[in-house]
Structures are given as structure tokens and as C-alpha cells.
Unconditional design. Structure first.
Ligand code: ATP
Length: 231
């Protein structure tokens, strides 16, 4: 089945999952996230936050229960279609030895340069872009060699923004960036989440304040879940 365009609602119905069937990592987890809302997920290391993100991307299928995205059960989606609708931003940014343009578009020639430049500007990379010797044709080193951590992160955001997904999943870095970069990232996150559904595996206080709903997981169980204002 095809997923609808635009922000995607998420419904998780009583899912249980373990990498080994007899060792559940997530147990009887349920939640509903309306289209356009932002969910912050908190929990100790090993509580199952990343596992939940992997289930949404269908890197694994749940053993029990059901996940629906945009009203469509994940099991009925084509993997390729699904992953075009979900943008994932993690702490380690995957950049490759190719032009800035190709890094941002994954070689999709349908995305024109004007659009790319607009996105770079919106996400705070205008002055970085102006410093490039060959503009969008500038070749990046592999693994983001030559870029600061903040620039690499903002490029990852730009890439996700260009792919225009209906759901964004962010696994935030807990390491501190300098205050100016931090501020740029904060602003970029706002731009990215505008009119999209978002899930943030949260490590920063500022992100938790941005979330509409909060889920606290402990050992794979839902500990608390609801609108942020009520927790
Ligand atoms: P962190 O905050 O450290 O990223 P997390 O809350 O994201 O932790 P998960 O990475 O989802 O936690 O891990 C949950 C549990 O699943 C842990 O006990 C972990 O050891 C286990 N686990 C994670 N990935 C695998 C895997 N590929 N195979 C087997 N067990 C795994």
C-alpha cells in the first residue's frame, strides 16, 4: 500500500519485539501520535529507544501487535516507499566522497540547484556554502573530512529536508557543541519539523521543550506517556 503525502500520523498498537524471540526489548508498547506532532522519547541507555526507531523503518518486524503510519500497517508498505517517507537523522552523519550536490540529493538530478541553495540558506549554511571553492560541485572528503561536527549535522538536516519526508526521526547527540552552533542546529531542527511529524530521541533539555508529547521508556516498557504539559 502507498503512504499518503504530507505529515504522517503514527499509531503503535501493543507491540512486543525482541532481537531474540524469547528476550523482549520492547513490551506491550502503545501510542498515538497525530500528524504534525512531535514526540520526545526519553529513557536510559539500553531502554529500547533506538530499537523503536528501527521498527519504524522496518529494519525488523514486530513479533506482536501492529504499527500504522499514515493509517497504513507497516507490514503492507513497500520498504522503498516507506523509507522515502521517513527521514532519519542520527549522530553519525554518513557523507561520502562526492560533490556537495550528490551528497545532498543522493544523485537525484530532479532536485535543482536553486532548491538546494534555498535549503542550505534556510538551514544556516549560507556562509559555509559561500566559502566552497566550487559551490555545489565541491567534492567532500569521505566521512565528512574537513567539516566541523556542526556543519556535518546541518548537511544531514539539509539532505533530509530535500527528501521531504512525512516523518522525521532524530537521534540526538548528547555531546555539547559550541553555543553558536548549538543555536544554528536548534533553528534547523525547527525548520525541519515544521508541518511534519517528528520523533526525537532526546538528550537535550531544549528538545524536550519542543516536543508536544513525551514518552518515557524503561526496560522496554512504557513508563510515562502523554502531552508534555501534563507530565
Ligand atoms: P542508547 O540510549 O544507549 O542508544 P537505547 O535506549 O537506544 O540505548 P537500544 O539500542 O534500543 O537502547 O537497545 C535496547 C536493548 O536491545 C539493549 O539491551 C541492547 O543490548 C539490545 N540490542 C540492541 N540492538 C541489538 C541487536 N542488533 N541485537 C541484539 N540485541 C540488541
Amino acid at each position: 500500500a502507498e503512504l499518503p503525502a504530507g505529515a504522517l500520523a503514527l499509531e503503535i498498537n501493543d507491540i512486543t519485539f525482541g532481537y531474540n524471540a524469547d528476550e523482549p526489548v520492547l513490551q506491550n508498547l502503545s501510542l498515538q501520535l497525530a500528524a504534525g506532532r512531535v514526540l520526545g522519547i526519553l529513557g536510559r541507555t539500553g531502554s529500547g529507544k533506538t530499537t523503536l526507531a528501527r521498527l519504524l523503518l522496518r529494519l525488523y518486524d514486530v513479533q506482536q501487535g501492529e504499527i500504522l503510519l499514515g493509517g497504513v500497517p507497516l507490514r503492507q508498505t513497500r520498504l522503498r516507499g516507506l523509507r522515502q517517507h521517513i527521514g532519519m537523522v542520527t549522530q553519525d552523519v554518513q557523507l561520502f566522497h562526492a560533490s556537495v550536490r550528490d551528497n545532498l540529493t543522493y544523485f537525484d538530478r530532479a532536485i535543482d540547484d536553486t532548491h538546494i541553495l534555498k535549503v542550505l540558506t534556510e538551514l544556516g549554511l549560507a556562509s559555509w556554502y559561500q566559502s566552497l571553492p566550487a559551490g555545489l560541485d565541491t567534492i567532500l572528503g569521505s566521512d565528512g573530512e574537513g567539516l566541523s561536527a556542526g556543519e556535518a549535522q546541518l548537511l544531514a538536516f539539509s539532505r533530509v529536508f530535500l527528501s521531504n519526508p512525512g516523518l522525521i526521526i532524530m537521534d540526538e547527540a548528547s555531546s555539547r557543541l559550541d553555543p553558536a552552533t548549538e543555536q544554528l542546529i536548534e533553528k534547523a531542527v525547527d525548520t525541519l519539523l515544521h508541518e511534519r511529524t517528528g520523533i526525537i530521541i532526546a538528550h537535550r533539555l531544549s528538545t524536550i521543550q519542543r516536543a508536544d508529547d513525551i514518552l518515557i521508556i524503561e526496560d522496554g516498557h512504557l513508563l510515562e506517556y502523554g502531552p508534555r504539559a501534563q507530565l
